[in-house]
Design a binder for this molecule. Sequence first.
Ligand SMILES: [Mg+2]
Length: 354
Amino acid sequence: MPEYLVERASAKRPNIGGPPPDLCQDLKILVVDDSPVYRKLVQQSLAHEPYQVLFAKNGREALDLFGQNQPALVITDWTMPDLSGLELCELIRRDFSRSYSYLILLTSNTNKEQVIEGLAAGADDYLTKPFHPGELVARVGVGRRLIELHRQVEAKNRQLEEMALTDPLTGLHNRRAIDLWVNSQLSAAARHDFSIWVAIADLDRFKNVNDTYGHDAGDTVLKSFSEVLKASTRKSNMCGRLGGEEFLMVLTHVEREQVGIAIERVRQRFEKEEFKFGDGVSRVTASFGVAGFRGPCPPDFTTLLARADSALYSAKHKGRNRVEFDEERIQRSSPTHARIERQDSQPKRISGIL
Ligand SMILES: [Mg+2]
C-alpha cells in the first residue's frame, strides 16, 4: 500500500452529536510521521470518524500533499529525518497563508520549552506520544470546530464583499464596483495601449413610469433594462448601475464603429421590450452618451464620465432614444493634450435630464 494513500475513514457508525456529514465530507486530515507504527495508530484512532485521511512519511512528502489537497487539519510528528514537525509548521504557515489549517504536533518530549517553541512555530495544539486514541479524536474535534467556524466567517466575508459591490435591485455591479474596475482598466489601457469606452445610458422619461404606474412598475423597467445590458455585455467588458435610472457600459479593445454597433444593439433591444402596466402595453426607451480614450496618459474616471455625460445631454436634446458620442476631444491623446485636458475639465455631472 503506498504510504500516502488517501483513505476515507468509515462513516458507518451513527454520527451522534458529531458534525453534520456534509460539513465533514471535504474535511481532510494529513497525518505526517516517519514511523509506520504511529501512522497506523493515528489511522486506527480516526477509523470511525467521518474524515478523509492522507498519510505522508516525511516532511517533504507532507508539503507536496498539503499543496495538492489543502487539508483542514495536519497531525505531524516532531522528529523526522528531513524536516522536523516544527519546520513543517513554519513552512505551512509561511507558504499557505491564504487558507487556515489546524496543526497538531505529536511529540515524545514533554519539555515545556519545546512545547512553547512548537506553538510559536505555528502549531495550534500538541499531543505527547504515546497518545490516548480518545484524546486524539477529541483534539481533532476541537480543530474541526475551529476550522468550520473559520470557513463560515470566510464565506460570510465573501458574501459581504459581493453585496458591497452589487446593486440589490438589478444584480448589476454598483457604482463602487464600477469605480474599482474602470480605474484599474484605465491604467491598463494606458500601459498596454488599448482603447476604453464608457457609455452612460439613461432611461427616457423614467419619472413618468414611476408617477403613472408606481414604483413597482419602475423597478420592473429597471430590471428589464439590466437584463438587456447583461445579455449584450461580453465577459471582458462590464456593465453596472450608476444609480436611479442611469447605467454604465464599459467596453475595451474595440474601435469607435464597433462600440456604436454594440450600443445601438442595446438601444434597439430595449425599445422592443413591452411592459404590461395598467390596461395597456407600454414601451420605454433609453438615451446613450459615449466617450472613449486611448493613449499614454489616461484621464481620471470622473473626467471620462463627465464627457460621456455631456454626450448623453446632447442625445436627450436631439430627441432621446439615440446614441451620441463625445466628439470634442481627439481619441488618441498625447501627453500634452492629456495634461491640458485634466487642467481644463471640471468633471461635473449634468443633472435633471429626463
Ligand atoms: Mg519520528
